[in-house]
Design a protein around this ligand. Structure first.
Ligand SMILES: [Zn+2]
Length: 407
């Protein structure tokens, strides 16, 4: 095997619980992430990465210096996140299934299976070695696969000094899954001209267009009186919020696809006294996002106007923007990745992502950062799995990007 340590590295990282914490007000959101990043720091120092440093925002930065004679090549960067999604991450036990036949049901435990009838994508992995969960946790390949691939590619370069390359910047960060990790990414201290997040999924993914995103909180204060004497007096805050949602266009994640945006009610909590809802709005176009925010604001206003006093309060904030708005004028990084895919006979899938990436934020901070695949699927839950062959390919892509760029 070309990358002897890739699998061991990935499994070792996957076993560490680094679930981020949405309710935290600090970045990194959880001490578990800090501890894992500190361990990574000593590991990459030992491997020979230069300039290993922890930044104020929790990011671990490092550098692979240019080969002699390649100092004038523009530095490029690779970025991955260490936190895992909002799913059980206690006692993760990755399981290796060698030479999968592309047909069988993979038993995770007595209650859960990976069944090609449910996940037909499994047919694509005939002959692959798959790494799955034991059915009780997520795997965390999102994005421990990216971390392992970047470290493996860099350590390959360090072990093969005959490969000539320019300077490479590396960053491992916290809290991607709760959408805040990259908010303060220190582009000024990250010397790359452009970078890649290694945080995609299926082989071939090359993502440079994402949603533009905004989040809304609706708070409602009701008037609680006994229902027997409620006539004309009782105001039910839960109903007020439901009324708002029913005024919105019927565009929801479950009935939109492709380039269509949506409104998504994340939660609704409360009682007769007060209630609160969180929802998110997604649209590929900036003006489309603005229009949807206005529709929500108008709906709140309309419901409020039916009451004798203010019942609903709305706050909205933008989360990230479609990175294609910037990247369309800075396509060098995308073209480089396309060339690397082509050289490795990987068919590029450049469909806009119905989501965002750390790259969306980092791109808007001034560092063009498309996203490439990691070789894992069914992310964020117990059905997550990674293909060893595709993880190797992702590692090949990183090295090929560097090789082509350094010519
Ligand atoms: Zn991710």
């Amino acid at each position: 095997m070309k990358y002897e340590k890739l699998v061991d590295r990935f499994i070792a990282y996957a076993k560490v619980n680094t679930r981020s914490n949405e309710t935290s007000t600090t970045i990194p959101s959880d001490p578990k992430e800090v501890a894992f990043l500190a361990k990574l720091a000593s590991e990459i120092k030992e491997l020979g990465f230069a300039d290993v440093r922890t930044m104020k925002d929790g990011y671990l930065f490092a550098r692979i210096p240019a080969s002699k004679g390649k100092e004038t090549v523009d530095p490029i960067g690779f970025i991955a996140h260490v936190d895992t999604a909002d799913f059980n991450a206690e006692n993760i036990q990755p399981e290796v299934h060698e030479n999968y036949d592309g047909e069988s049901v993979i038993k995770l435990n007595d209650d859960y299976n990976l069944d090609p009838a449910v996940f037909p994508n499994l047919h694509n992995y005939k002959g692959h070695t798959l790494i799955t969960t034991d059915g009780t946790t997520l795997l965390g390949a999102d994005d421990k696969a990216g971390v392992a691939e970047i470290i493996t590619a860099m350590s390959y370069l360090l072990d093969h000094p005959q490969i000539q390359h320019g300077e490479i910047e590396i960053a491992f960060g916290p809290d991607e899954e709760i959408g805040v990790g990259a908010d303060h990414f220190d582009t000024k201290n990250f010397a790359a001209k452009f970078a890649f997040t290694v945080d995609g999924s299926i082989k071939g993914e090359l993502e440079w267009a994402t949603f533009s995103a905004s989040a809304a909180v609706i708070k409602a204060v009701g008037t609680q009186v006994h229902p027997s004497s409620g006539f004309g007096k009782l105001i039910n805050p839960l109903i007020a919020i439901i009324d708002v949602f029913n005024l919105l266009p019927n565009e929801r994640p479950e009935n939109t696809k492709g380039d269509q945006g949506y409104y998504y009610l994340l939660n609704l909590d409360g009682d007769g006294d007060s209630a609160m809802a969180n929802l998110i709005i997604r649209d590929f176009k900036r003006d489309g996002l603005a229009k949807r925010k206005q529709i929500l604001a108008d709906a709140v206003k309309k419901v409020n106007s039916a009451y004798p006093h203010l019942v609903l309060e709305l706050s909205q904030h933008d989360q990230y923007y479609n990175m294609a708005d910037i990247l369309k004028d800075h396509m060098e990084s995308v073209h480089l990745a396309e060339a690397a895919f082509k050289a490795l006979s990987i068919e590029a899938d450049e469909q806009p992502v119905r989501g965002g990436t750390d790259g969306s934020k980092i791109t808007f901070l001034g560092l063009p950062t498309p996203n490439i695949f990691t070789g894992a699927e069914n992310l964020h839950g117990r059905y997550e799995f990674a293909s060893v062959q595709d993880m190797e390919l992702a590692t090949d892509v990183i090295l090929k990007i560097i090789e082509l760029h350094s010519k």
